[in-house]
Design a protein around this ligand. Structure first.
Ligand SMILES: Cc1ncc(COP(=O)(O)O)c(C=O)c1O
Length: 335
C-alpha cells in the first residue's frame, strides 16, 4: 500500500532541478570539511533573499538545530523559556533534551490567537519567548504588525520568532532584527523550498547575537551537499514561488472539501490544515493510518479534538477526504 505522507508538513513537490546540478558540482570537494566559496556564494544569495547583511545570518543543519542552539544560549544566559501553546512541540522536546523546562502562555480558546493580557502578565526581561508565526499546529498567523513586535520585544529578554512557514504567509518579522537587540528569527529550507531531507535552516538576528548563538553548535555542521542543495533551491526562486502558489491552491481546495463534510478548519497561512473533529483526533488518525494515510493527532487535552493534515498532491488530498468521509459516515451509523 502506498503511504500518503500528510503528517510532517513536507512539500509534495520535488526540489528544483538546479539542486542536483549544484550537488554534482561540489561532489569532488567532499574531501574537504568546508568549501569557502560555496558558503560565500550561498550567504550572498541568502542575504539578498532576506534583505539582511550576511553578518546577520547564521546557518544550521535544519531549523531544529538552530532551536537547540537557541535553547543552549538561553540556558547560558539564565533566560527562562516561555512558549505560546499550542505550538511547535519540537521546541519543548529540544528544551527538555537539554534539561531545560518550558512554561506556556496559552492562546485564546478555539480561535488560537495571541492573548496579549496573558503575555503581559508573564513577560519579563529574564525570559525568552518562543513563538511560531504562522503557528504550528494551529496554522494561523499570530501577528503581522510592528506594534505586536514592539510589545513582545519590550516585555521579554529575547523573542524567538520561528518562521518555518514564512513563504506561505508572506509576513516576516525579519526587518526588525536590526532594530531590536533581542529579536531572533528562525527559518528553514524544509518547507517552501522542498528540501526537508537536506537539513538546512538559518537564524536572522543582529551580528552580536548571531555570533553568540552560533557558539552552541558544531563547526561545519551544514554539509557541503546540503549547502549546495540550498544554493540550487535559492537560485530558483521562481520555482519555489510556483510551488507555494500550488500548495496554497491545493490547501484551499482541501479546506473546501473538509468543510463540505461539515468540519471546521482554521484559516491557514501554512502548508497544512488544522481541523476540528467530532471525535478524538487520535482515533481518526489511527483509522486513517490503517488505510495508509498518515496525519497528526494530539494527546494534549486542549487539542485532542483536532487533527493536523499536510497539504499533499491532489490525489492524496482526495484520498484523505474520501477516507475521512467514510469514517464519519461509519461513526454516524454506529452512533
Ligand atoms: C514551526 C516549525 N519549526 C521548526 C520545524 C523544524 O524544521 P526543520 O528542522 O526541518 O528545519 C518545523 C517542522 O515541521 C516546524 O513546523
Amino acid at each position: 500500500m502506498r503511504i500518503a505522507r500528510m503528517h510532517l508538513n513536507e512539500s509534495p513537490f520535488k526540489p528544483s532541478r538546479l539542486v542536483s546540478s549544484h550537488v554534482s558540482k561540489y561532489v569532488d570537494k567532499l574531501n574537504l570539511y568546508h568549501v569557502e566559496e560555496l558558503e560565500a556564494e550561498f550567504l550572498k544569495k541568502l542575504s539578498s533573499y532576506t534583505k539582511l547583511p550576511r553578518e546577520s545570518i547564521s546557518l544550521y543543519p535544519g531549523s531544529s538545530e538552530a532551536l537547540i542552539a537557541l535553547v543552549r544560549f538561553c540556558r547560558s544566559r539564565a533566560l527562562k523559556l516561555v512558549s505560546i501553546w499550542p505550538s511547535f512541540h519540537g521546541f519543548v522536546e529540544f528544551a527538555n533534551m537539554e534539561g531545560v523546562g518550558v512554561d506556556f502562555v496559552y492562546l485564546t480558546p478555539e480561535s488560537f490567537e495571541l492573548d496579549l493580557a496573558k503575555l503581559t502578565a508573564v513577560g519579563s526581561r529574564s525570559k525568552a519567548l518562543y513563538l511560531a508565526n504562522p503557528n504550528n499546529p494551529t496554522s494561523n498567523i499570530l501577528f503581522q504588525d510592528k506594534d505586536t513586535l514592539d510589545f513582545l520585544s519590550s516585555r521579554f529578554g529575547l523573542v524567538i520568532v520561528d518562521e518555518a512557514y514564512f513563504e506561505f504567509s508572506g509576513y516576516t518579522a525579519a526587518d526588525g532584527v536590526l532594530d531590536y537587540d533581542n529579536l531572533v528569527v528562525v527559518r528553514t529550507f524544509s518547507k517552501a523550498f522542498s528540501l526537508a531531507g537536506a537539513r538546512v535552516g538559518y537564524v536572522l538576528t543582529n551580528q552580536e547575537l548571531s555570533e553568540e548563538i552560533g557558539r552552541y553548535t558544531a563547526l561545519f555542521s551544514v554539509s557541503t551537499t546540503s549547502l549546495a542543495s540550498a544554493l540550487g533551491a535559492l537560485e530558483d526562486i521562481d520555482y519555489m514561488m510556483e510551488i507555494v502558489k500550488k500548495v496554497i491552491e491545493l490547501r484551499e481546495e482541501l479546506k473546501r472539501d473538509v468543510e463540505k463534510l461539515g468540519l471546521y478548519a482554521l484559516n491557514s497561512k501554512t502548508n497544512f490544515l488544522f481541523i476540528k473533529t467530532p471525535t478524538l483526533g487520535r482515533v481518526l488518525a489511527r483509522s486513517l493510518s490503517e488505510k495508509g494515510i498518515k496525519i497528526r493527532a494530539y494527546n494534549d487535552r486542549l487539542i485532542e479534538n483536532y487533527i493536523r493534515v499536510s497539504v499533499s498532491s491532489r490525489e492524496d488530498n482526495l484520498r484523505f477526504t474520501e477516507a475521512l468521509a467514510a469514517l464519519l459516515r461509519e461513526r454516524s451509523t454506529v452512533g
